[in-house]
Design a protein around this ligand. Structure first.
Ligand code: UDP
Ligand code: MG
Length: 196
């Protein structure tokens, strides 16, 4: 069975990770966060990319796709090797720019199906406030005002155009992400009930 993929996009703090956890509880999907995989690789003893990843994350820049795609591909393969019924994936926080998208096409085209893009839409102001709130306890090196400004810039300049490209292909399912977790999830559920 070919991996069936939903890309989950939206600004920093839009609620991608939170909503993905709820999707996993209710539907048969495996959640892969590109950011979490990069942070794991950064922390892995002996990683050759650790320093580069650390720098990029603090700067709110997007890590070269060769690194990210490798982590995603390996995570998908390992999941499916352990259990062949686990072929549905939420890929959270990817593709974030043209380099990411081209890397995905180069490595995964024909090997996985992208079903749709789940887009959590909310204002920059809400994104910033949520990340600053999260920063009080997340321990993340990029949940501070300085990194956040750069992350927002990257999101607006690099990620939005990717969402627009998919929009033209009719592949984007937009969710208003500015309300409460449970209200947002009600909308998410209606998408997954319709499209699996
Ligand atoms: N990142 C990246 N490529 C990816 C995903 C994440 O380079 O495909 C880096 C990037 O520097 C980003 C950071 O990891 O700002 C944090 O990403 P994450 O998805 O964890 O942040 P979120 O959007 O969930 O707040
Ligand atoms: Mg996240």
């Amino acid at each position: 069975m070919k991996p069936q993929v939903v890309f989950v996009l939206g600004g920093p703090g839009a609620g991608k990770g939170t909503q993905c956890a709820k999707i996993v509880e209710n539907y048969s999907y495996t959640h892969l966060s590109a950011g979490d995989l990069l942070r794991e690789e950064r922390n892995r003893q002996g990683s050759e990319s650790g320093q580069l990843i650390d720098r990029y994350i603090k700067e709110g820049k997007i890590v070269p796709v060769e690194i990210t795609i490798n982590l995603l591909k390996t995570a998908m393969e390992e999941t499916m090797k352990k259990d062949e019924n686990k072929f549905r994936f939420l890929i959270d926080g990817f593709p974030r720019n043209e380099d990411n998208l081209q890397g995905w096409i180069k490595v995964m085209d024909g090997k996985a199906d992208v079903k749709f893009i789940l887009f959590f839409d909310c204002s920059t102001e809400v994104c910033i406030n949520r990340c600053l709130e999260r920063g009080k306890s997340s321990g993340r090196t990029d949940d501070n005002k300085e990194s956040l400004e750069k992350r927002i810039q990257t999101y607006l300049q690099s990620t939005r155009p990717i969402i627009e490209q998919y929009e033209k292909q009719g592949k984007v399912r937009t969710i208003d992400a500015s309300c409460s977790v449970s209200e947002v999830f009600t909308d998410v559920k209606s998408v997954f009930d319709r499209e699996g």
